[in-house]
Design a protein around this ligand. Sequence first.
Ligand code: SF4
Length: 227
Amino acid sequence: MGTSLESRAEQAEEIVDRLEDTYPDSTISLRYSSRLELLIAVILSAQCTDERVNEETKDLFKTYDGPEEYANASQEELAEALNSITYYNNKAKYIRSACETIVEEHDGEVPDTMDELTELSGVGRKTANVVLQHGHDVVEGIVVDTHVQRLSRRLGLTEAERPERIEAELMEIVPEVHWQQFTHLCIDHGRAVCTARSPDCSDCVLADICPSERGDSEIDLASGNSW
Ligand code: SF4
């Protein structure tokens, strides 16, 4: 079992340092060429892999151009275009409705505030944070997806369970300059090493400071259960 550094803030900084060395090119893996495409890709990525979303949006982004076209598409047509994505029916509804709002209330532009974004259908704080960070260069918070949630708990940065609470706690200990990158680093490490089912602790750069490390620790702090 690794030993956490004295304070959570020190632990967070050390984690960022080590992961930055390990994943120097860490960044968003969704593909898009405009703010609207980014928004749509992030809506589609809920409970779906980025790889699958990128595969599906190759054609989608060629077929539809601008919010009017999505807003005017029929539900059947748009759902059919998304049918390899999880919950494609609901996501098609969200996209049509969000684009309608963008056309009617925002002059066809993806809004640039948390409040306006979260008023769009299918857009919660996580999606809004991604769009603000990568679409508008505005960093208001930390994107907490399933990897950030799992790693933050395993590494002793938080004991909170809900993403909103985890985000608030992380914002207190991760230096603001790293808020955006923290997410990408956790995602890369979560995919490559600290996977949900069988983390490879023997090959982890964080093992000596990780209180969940499987060598000696009996508990996975992400779930609170035994390994
Ligand atoms: S792989 Fe193991 S040691 Fe590394 S962060 Fe995950 S649980 Fe901790």
